[in-house]
Design a protein around this ligand. Structure first.
Ligand code: ADP
Ligand code: MG
Length: 254
């Protein structure tokens, strides 16, 4: 089966949502280089909901940024839906990002001067859909998210939980293969956090592949699988016990 997106690019739906092999990333810093990722291997099959946990500074956001093609790996390969996010130009990465990735951050990144509907419709318009088609899809998303009655207001009047649900619906505008969420509940009170998790659960039930970074074990419990990250590597329970780098991590049935 192939899915066709706004730019009528046929997608190889037999490829896993994500394949990461041997990825390393070092940042130059004033005192000493920071080895943010020290060899990450990870395969995530479609439809899986993965939570990534680990202490501050262990490399979680760096990994998401590399998967999204917002930063370049020093070594290793990253494939999203079978398309390479490593080795190409920034334009190549932007195209793959538009086709396959939706991202949500802790602090919403909403466009405050646009209505709720326009916020959600914009990514699809940028991707080449007509305004009418984009707004129709945006209304469906807002409906799904339970904020359809807020379509014509500015984001500033929404609650924290509503703002994050809006950010998630915007991230879904182009039907991404992979939804990346970097501490999406980190700035919310517990009611707002629950609204966001309930939404992620519903999206997962509808087949959305999700990688959720969180500090909160209660939040991570919503996922199928919880991965632990330490010092730039993904560790399994047995690795933690043995103190060694372990085998490649494969999530979901391939
Ligand atoms: N642009 C950057 N320049 C220099 N160091 C960075 C940069 N981005 C991240 N780092 C460093 O890389 C390490 C991993 O950061 P990050 O991926 O943000 O961790 P996490 O999201 O797990 O808290 C940290 O030591 C951080 O200070
Ligand atoms: Mg982070």
């Amino acid at each position: 089966m192939t899915k066709t997106d706004a730019t009528t690019h046929p997608e190889d739906t037999s490829a896993p949502a994500l394949e990461v092999h041997g990825v390393r990333k070092t940042f130059e810093a004033e005192i000493a280089p920071v080895r943010a990722l020290r060899g990450v291997d990870l395969t995530i099959s479609r439809g899986t909901f993965v939570a990534l946990m680990g202490p501050s500074g262990c490399g979680k956001s760096t990994l998401l940024n590399l998967i999204a093609g917002l930063e370049e790996a020093d070594e290793g390969t990253i494939q999203v839906a079978g398309e390479s996010m490593t080795g190409g130009t920034e334009d190549d990465h932007a195209l793959i990002r538009r086709r396959h990735i939706g991202i949500v951050f802790q602090f919403f990144n909403l466009l405050e001067g646009m209505t709720v509907l326009e916020n959600v419709a914009l990514p699809a318009i940028i991707a080449g859909r007509s305004r009418k088609a984009a707004e129709t899809r945006a209304r469906d998303l807002l409906d799904l998210l339970g904020i359809a009655d807020k379509a014509s207001v500015m984001p500033g009047v929404l609650s924290g939980g509503q703002r994050q649900r809006l950010a998630i619906s915007r991230a879904l505008a182009n039907e991404p293969t992979l939804l990346l969420a970097d501490e999406p509940t980190g700035a919310l009170d517990s009611a707002g956090g629950s609204e966001v998790i309930e939404l992620l659960n519903r999206l997962h039930a509808a087949g959305q592949t999700i990688i959720l970074v969180t500090h909160d074990a209660d939040v991570a419990a919503a996922a199928d699988t919880v991965l632990a990250m330490r010092d730039g590597r993904i560790v399994t329970d047995s690795d933690a016990a043995m103190g060694s780098g372990g085998p490649a991590t494969t999530i979901g049935s391939l």
